[in-house]
Ligand binder design. Sequence first.
Ligand SMILES: [Zn+2]
Ligand SMILES: [Zn+2]
Length: 438
Amino acid sequence: MYYQPDSMTTILERPGSDCRLYLSQVLIHNANDCHPNPGPRPQKFPCQVCSKACKWSKKIRSIACNNCELWFHTDCLKMNSAIYEALNNTDSSWYCCNCGIPNFNSSLFEDFPFQDNSLTTPTTPSGLHSVLSYSLSISSPKLTSSPKKKQPKPLSKNNLRILTINFQNMRSKREELWTLLEYSTPDIIIATETWLQPSIYEREVLPENYRFAARRDSKSSPHGGVAIITKANLDASELEIDTNAEFVAASIPCTSLRGPVIICAMYRPPDSNTGTMEELRNCATQVVSKHPKQPVYIGGDTNLPDIDWTSLSITGSRYPVAISSNLISLLQDLGCNQLVTEPTRQNNILDILATNRPSLVNRCTVIPGISDHDIILIDTNIIPQRKKPIPRQIYLWKHADNDQMTAHLTEFTADFTATHSPAIHQSTYFGTNSSWNA
Ligand SMILES: [Zn+2]
Ligand SMILES: [Zn+2]
C-alpha cells in the first residue's frame, strides 16, 4: 500500500478536518505494509546516453560494454546495424568509450597531437582493436594517475552460456525472446513461469535452432511451468525425476569435462507452503546424488526475498523462516554456491543460480529481462559437445549444363503429357472427377 504525503497537507488546510486527519493517520499506522509513494522507479538498465530503458527489441537495439557492463542504445551511439551484426557474429568484445580509453598521463597529450577521431567509439570491431593498438603502440605511460583497469578476456562463442529467465508467459513474449536469443546466443536457458500448456507446440515459442530438453507445464494453474531449453546442436537429455514439483533436470555432454554437466530448473510459487520447498529439495537431492561427480547448475525463481545471500542469513519475514532456511541448507548440503548478488526483481534477489563448481564460472551478471524479472547470465569455462551439422549437397548453377537440362525437360514434358493425357487418364485410372465422386 502507498499513500501520498501531499494529501495529508490538503487535509490539514481544510477547516475542521482534525478528526479526519487523525483517522487517516490511524488508518495508515494500522496498515502494515505502508511506504511513502516512491513515484516512478528509475530504469534498472538505462542507456548511458539518453537514460531511457534498454530492452530486447529488434527496432531499438542495445549493447552492453564488456568491461563496465553498462548499457547503450546502438542508435544513441550512432552504431550502424552492420557493425552490430558483425560484433554479434564474432568473438569480439565491445568496450564503451570510458573503458576503451586507456589511462593517459597528461604528458601524453603534450607529446602526441590529440586526434579527435581516434578516441571516439570505434566504427568497426577491427577499428576497436586499432584504437587500442594505436594507443599501446604510442608507449604505455610510465606513471598513471589511477590503477590500470583490468579488461576481461574476450569470450569465446564455444563456451557454455546459461541464462535464467522468468518468462511470465513465454508465448506472449515470443518477439522479445527471439531477439534475446539472436543477440545473447545462450546455449542453455533455465526457464520459469513459462505459463505453457501441453497444447502449445515447441515451434510456436522457440526458433528452429533451439529446443526443449526438458519441460514441465503446470497442471494445477495457468501460471508456473518450468523448462530447460538448449541449442538444437547440443545433445541434451532429460533426467527422470519422480515428482509433481516444478522441477526439471537435463544432462549436457561436454568435451572439456569427464562426463556431462547437469542443469536443473526450479520454481517455487510465492506462497507460504513449506511442503513445496521440501519437494524441490527432494528433487535436487535425487539428481545430485545420481551424479555426485558432475558440475551441477541449479537455477530458477524461488520467490524468497528474505535471504541475504552474502551472509547466508534470513533478514526478512515475508515467508516462513523454514522455507528460506530449507533452501540455504539445501544448497549447503549439495556443496553449491549461489552466485547472484544483484537484485533480479525490484530490490530483491528472487531468481538464483547455484553451482557446485563456481571456479568454472567466468562471470555472472544480471541483464535486462523480458518480464518484470531480470535475466541472470553466466559464462562458463565449459565447452559443450556440439553436434556437427549434417552435410548437404549444394548445386552450383554456374556449372550446370543448361542445354542438356532443357533437352531433358522437353523430352520429359512430351512423355508426361502423352502418358497422362485426359483420355488415357479417364480410362486407365480414377480421374479427378471420379475420385471426387468417390
Ligand atoms: Zn539511448
Ligand atoms: Zn564500459
